[in-house]
Ligand binder design. Structure first.
Ligand code: JBZ
Length: 238
């Protein structure tokens, strides 16, 4: 998968050179390219923002540098299919495991994280003629810009690419893969500071262990995430 990241803080994405995603890049599974948005300005101050037309708080990102950066990304696009442009914004569709799964099948993702009050709306309109544009959020809280959301999205998506995670079993078993939260896990020692590991886990009875874990997952989901639990029962009724 090819990924282009365009930002006024491309150093933000250095974290993607660590751990599994760093390894996937070294292995050639992932080609992540960072671009400094200010490199696509022409003025002495490398200006990327200006005040909102018709007033309002803060500043808006100017369209011209974004278009020049995206032109360059398109010119270097080697993929057969239309690239996908993801614009992180609190007013976008929320990233879910289903959305991550869908994006993980694409050849070329381009991320356009804004700062300030966001990017001039015409950029997404213009880009829609060349990209599949998706405005996406990682959740209902406030961030200072889209970069932190991009890190989350890239990690959620790329770990689903075959080969990025060594142990494929850990993909199938984890939270949200089947709409339930994970059961509690333990390791040695069997007793620690007066607390024992639940006896069933030491029984060697694999059916009983699986049933206990399922109960724990279901109880946790009902207690902590009634919304998730309800959408599961929706699945049974429809
Ligand atoms: C996001 C101006 O750019 C922003 C600002 C906040 C923000 C995003 C982009 S994406 N919050 C989220 O996913 O919650």
């Amino acid at each position: 998968m090819r990924i282009d990241l365009i930002s006024i803080f491309p150093e933000f994405f250095d974290a993607l050179d660590l751990s599994l995603i760093g390894r996937a890049q070294q292995d050639g599974l992932l080609d992540i390219r960072r671009h400094q948005l200010r490199d696509y300005t022409a003025d002495k101050h490398r200006t990327v923002d200006s005040p909102p037309v018709a007033g309002g708080a803060g500043m808006v990102m100017k369209p011209e540098p974004w278009a020049l950066a995206l032109d360059e990304v398109l010119a270097a696009d080697g993929a057969a299919e239309r690239p996908t442009l993801i614009v992180p914004t609190p007013s976008g569709e929320v990233l879910t495991q289903q959305a991550a799964q869908d994006l993980s099948g694409h050849q070329h993702l381009v991320f356009a994280p804004g700062r300030f009050e966001g990017i001039d709306e015409r950029v997404a309109e213009w880009a829609a003629e060349r990209f599949d544009v998706r405005r996406m959020s990682i959740g209902d809280y406030v961030l200072n810009g889209g970069e932190a959301a991009v890190i989350v999205m890239v990690e959620a998506v790329t770990r689903l690419i075959p080969g990025v995670i060594g142990n494929a079993d850990s993909l199938a078993e984890e939270s949200h893969a089947d709409g339930l939260l994970e059961y509690p896990v333990y390791t040695k020692p069997a007793e620690w500071r007066g607390r024992a590991v639940p006896e069933v886990l030491l029984s060697g009875d694999h059916a009983k262990i699986a049933a206990w874990r399922r109960e724990q997952s279901e109880a946790r989901t009902q207690q902590v995430r009634p919304d998730l639990w309800e959408s599961r029962t929706d699945l049974w009724h429809n």
